[in-house]
Design a protein around this ligand. Structure first.
Ligand SMILES: C[S@@+](CC[C@H](N)C(=O)[O-])C[C@H]1O[C@@H](n2cnc3c(N)ncnc32)[C@H](O)[C@@H]1O
Length: 237
């Protein structure tokens, strides 16, 4: 559920909660196992988390007893909140416009985070390292539909269409820290593209290629990648 190594999201969470006073009510939409909810609860906020995934909701309930969680659909929200937080969720829902409209309806403030463009983050190096072991790009399926919300102009436009007044679309850089080589390479080898590459070239060649690509990012005994995210800061128009 988490998109990276533990702790990476804290600079993003800080921006999502910037200026939100203690005691404010927060709807954490697509809360997953409750990592952001735990952070917000520690800040003295009253958090309600919803997620479509029943097992994620159960995990959040175990991890964050100070917040309330329920199974729910981001396309159909209930209640009224000072802040609706959409942390790394919009890329995962069927209809981001409808989710933003619902967020505008039930929230005073709406703050939503997305990845930056591919070229803005060091994680792209995983794909670049594996490219020699994958089919040529032209042979791979290109996703259909409108440009993704990683494009800032599109993100602003869809927020306006949803009835939100955009206060800011800020950039936040988050460090992804991997304590050693295995932590960097291991999860990749079990992902779809990693398995494909291993089937093509074998695990040793793939591991060597990944470690070579990340050599400039050595940090202590491990590796540090800097990845860029955007935070939409908006309110109901
Ligand atoms: C990448 S995870 C982010 C989880 C969490 N916000 C975090 O930052 O760790 C995306 C989450 O969105 C949830 N999700 C996807 N579609 C949803 C929907 N229609 N309604 C509610 N949650 C949804 C998934 O179950 C998943 O937990």
């Amino acid at each position: 559920m988490s998109e990276g190594p533990a702790g990476w999201g804290e600079p993003l969470y800080e921006r999502v909660l910037a200026g939100v006073p203690e005691g404010a009510s927060v709807l954490d939409v697509g809360c997953g196992p409750g990592v952001f909810a735990a952070f917000a609860t520690k800040r003295g906020l009253r958090v309600t988390g919803i997620d479509a995934d029943r097992s994620a909701v159960a995990a959040a309930q175990r991890e964050v007893p100070g917040a309330t969680f329920e199974v729910g659909d981001a396309h159909q929200l209930d209640g009224s909140y000072d802040l609706v937080a959409l942390v790394q969720v919009l890329a995962h829902v069927t209809n981001p416009l409808k989710v933003l409209k619902e967020s505008a309806r039930v929230g005073g403030l709406v703050r939503a985070t997305v990845w930056g463009r591919e070229e803005e983050s060091d994680v792209r190096l995983f794909g670049e390292a594996l490219a020699p072991f994958l089919p040529p790009r032209g042979a791979r399926r290109v996703p259909a539909g409108p440009p993704p919300l990683t494009q800032p102009d599109r993100f602003r436009k869809i927020a306006g269409t949803a009835g939100l007044e955009v206060v800011a679309l800020d950039e936040v850089r988050c460090p992804f820290d991997y304590p050693d080589e295995d932590a960097l390479v291991g999860p990749l080898l079990t992902a779809d593209i990693g398995r494909y590459a291993v089937n093509t070239a074998g695990p040793a060649a793939v591991r060597d290629a990944v470690l070579a690509a990340f050599a400039p990012h050595r940090h202590g005994d491990g590796y540090r990648l800097w990845n860029l995210f955007r935070v939409l800061d908006a309110r109901s128009a």
